[in-house]
Design a protein around this ligand. Sequence first.
Ligand code: FAD
Length: 320
Amino acid sequence: MPIKDIYALACAGLKKLALNQACRDGFNKDSLFFKLFEQAAQHYIVSSDRHELSSKLHVLSDKGYRLGVEYVGEENHDPCIVQAFVDEYLVSIQLFAKAGLIPQLGFDLSAVGLLASQETAYLNATTIVSAAAEYNIPVMISMEHSSAVDKILEVYAELAPAHLNVGITVQAHLHRTINDLPGIIGYGRKIRLVKGVYNESQEIALPRGSELDERYLKLLGDVLAANVPVSCATQDSSLIKRIFDQSYHLDIQELEMLHGVQPEVLRKAKEAGLACRIAAVYGNSWYLHFLHRLAESPDNVLEALADFYDPSRITFGAGY
Ligand SMILES: Cc1cc2nc3c(=O)[nH]c(=O)nc-3n(C[C@H](O)[C@H](O)[C@H](O)COP(=O)(O)OP(=O)(O)OC[C@H]3O[C@@H](n4cnc5c(N)ncnc54)[C@H](O)[C@@H]3O)c2cc1C
């Protein structure tokens, strides 16, 4: 089997492991996986709690980056955990306001109650978005597995008309996005365009490759033609080069990458004059986030093992 195909299967395997319910149920601060990989996860996770977060965010904003903040957590079933998740955002909004920071907040609707009901997710999302609006803080809703997209778009259809500071993530790999996009554009709110992180069948989504890159750029062109603000969230340097070559960089709001991923690529884009945002993730429930980052590049698995062996390799802000 060619090594390229082995990489693709290994990537799918890591993503399958990321969604494995037994593994996720077993993952907590006392779990073996947490203890073994906590140091290595710091490559991506900015801090375990909000107290350390502000000072680190200042380091990145002082270097000229826009900020994004996401508290790790997804698919919360337990109403108490959902409430604690919402409260975390409400407290952190106050903290950012006091610290003079205006990060774009992001979260999954499944973390704020979508598994209980759309109404719960809507009410909790409204609480966060309204609290953020008081300080001009924007909020970006994440997009999840294809099985949740209908529900997410229905909740967003209620949220978007009432809140100027809310936006939504759109996955280029899903075939349905071609049909969903005009409606999403119609709200006039910010769109964050990603390729899509979840394993999906070929009936539902395009795999990684040139056809997906073409579709990404076509969707990007459609959003720009409608004069709607759009952020390109991609860590793919060849796609970023095409965004520059085709002059999309002149019209997009920003290039956005997750903290710890290819800082040099983001730095070069910033030096070339493009506004760049670092999506900083914090919290302890980093199991899924960490495995997804490892899945994105085979080198990251080796990096994680090297970080595990020698945690001093990780210096916050290095490379940016
Ligand atoms: C800010 C942000 C928010 C996101 N929100 C969502 C969301 O709400 N829903 C969702 O489904 N997905 C989300 N994603 C993930 C996204 O869908 C992709 O899975 C992810 O960005 C990887 O795809 P890519 O375009 O970066 O490049 P890929 O096509 O995955 O990779 C192309 C090449 O880019 C390089 N690369 C990519 N990632 C890495 C990495 N981690 N480390 C080293 N090299 C790498 C590698 O060389 C790789 O071969 C988000 C991503 C970002 C940056």
